[in-house]
Design a protein around this ligand. Structure first.
Ligand code: ADP
Ligand code: MG
Length: 341
């Protein structure tokens, strides 16, 4: 079997996706300057003809930049299709969608029936790869929400809050009672994910009525049973690979939503897990020996997938609109920090 690459550069890919401008967003503030760079325009005075400070435009460089007309298929092919192969070979891998609310995270991860996203395509490829080998492989999925440091089953939302369990050494982390299901139909997967997304906790805030404060984690487990002894079928070895695909909570800062009370606490939790995640990815990208996964439930859940010889892809999402300029800048800075090896 092929071993996934080990070097820090090959283990982490940081991509940026720019969504299209909407009809009610007349002014643009950023654009893809190349296949690897994004520019945020300086708008100190757009109409000043004497202005010659174009040098104030800021350019950021990443592994890949997807401009606004990039197809769902291309985003999947470039970021995730090779991770699917790793997982079939028994390795773990993770794809994150990061960005402010409205920047396009859920579109990239789930999409719609006419333009299915990464989660749907990856599940489809995994189920298809093992379709004719049901005796050797099993593929199952689970979909959970992490909201306010609490876990809910998005495939069975009525089951209430679930507990994170681990052994005394902080290994073998599991969510007790989480449903694991198997399906081979793309349509069914799309429906399950859309239904799951409807069950995500969404509450109004001052800035955006549909601001999503929850992380959604799709986990797909591939179990490969390999006979050791042709004569004795009871002797076998199990190889397991796991792919996490995560639609992170909106990264906009709590202070901007003018939050009070409950909201503020939620904001703090989200910042805690996003900050902890950023720290972990940063440490991993630097090849650090000690990485602290304990700071949030998100990083505890992902410990197994982020450490060791696993690949990670971060897709940072930005809106090109002038009204979202500060959020876009914060997102690029977060992604740039993860990228800085
Ligand atoms: P988020 O999950 O980050 O809050 P969404 O994925 O819900 O953002 O995107 C906000 C809106 O923009 C949705 O109506 C979505 O369909 C649209 N959108 C986002 N990205 C794209 C894209 N790449 N192409 C077309 N429409 C997009
Ligand atoms: Mg969303």
């Amino acid at each position: 079997t092929k071993v996934p690459p080990k070097s820090a550069e090959e283990r982490l890919m940081v991509a940026v996706r720019i969504r299209p401008l909407k009809s009610d967003e007349p002014q643009r503030a950023l654009y893809a300057a190349s296949k690897k760079s994004v520019v945020i325009e300086d708008d100190t005075d757009k109409n000043d003809v004497l202005r010659h400070k174009r040098g104030a435009d800021k350019q950021y460089t990443f592994d890949v930049v997807f401009s606004e007309n990039t197809s769902q298929e291309e985003v999947y092919d470039v970021t995730t299709s090779s991770l699917v192969k790793d997982v079939l070979n028994g390795y773990n891998a993770t794809v994150f969608a990061y960005g402010a609310t409205g920047a396009g995270k859920t579109y990239t991860m789930v999409g719609d029936p006419s333009a299915p996203g990464i989660m749907v395509r990856a599940l489809n490829d995994l189920f298809n790869a093992v379709k004719d080998k049901q005796d050797q492989y099993s593929v199952t999925m689970s979909y959970l929400e992490l909201y306010n440091e609490q876990i809910r089953d998005l495939l069975n939302p009525s089951s209430g809050y679930l507990e994170l369990r681990e052994d005394s050494r902080g290994r073998n982390i599991q969510v007790a009672g989480l449903s694991e299901i198997s399906t081979t139909s793309t349509n069914e997967v799309m429906l399950l994910l859309q239904k799951g997304n409807k069950a995500r906790t969404v509450e109004p805030t001052a800035i955006n009525k549909t601001s999503s404060r929850s992380h959604a984690l799709l986990s797909v487990t591939v179990k490969h049973t390999i006979p050791i002894d042709k004569k004795n079928h009871l002797r076998m070895r199990i190889k397991q690979g796991r792919l996490f695909m995560i639609d992170l909570a909106g990264s906009e800062r709590a202070n901007k939503t003018k939050s009070r009370g409950k909201r503020l606490q939620e904001g703090a939790h989200i910042n805690r897990s996003l900050l902890a995640l950023g720290n972990c990815i940063n440490a991993l990208s630097e090849g650090a020996r000690y990485v602290n996964f304990r700071d949030s439930k998100l990083t505890r859940l992902l410990k197994e997938a982020l450490s060791g010889n696993c690949r990670t892809v971060m897709i940072a999402h930005v809106s090109p609109s002038l009204t979202q300029k500060e959020e876009s800048r914060n997102t690029l800075i977060y992604a740039d920090r993860a990228n800085n090896i």
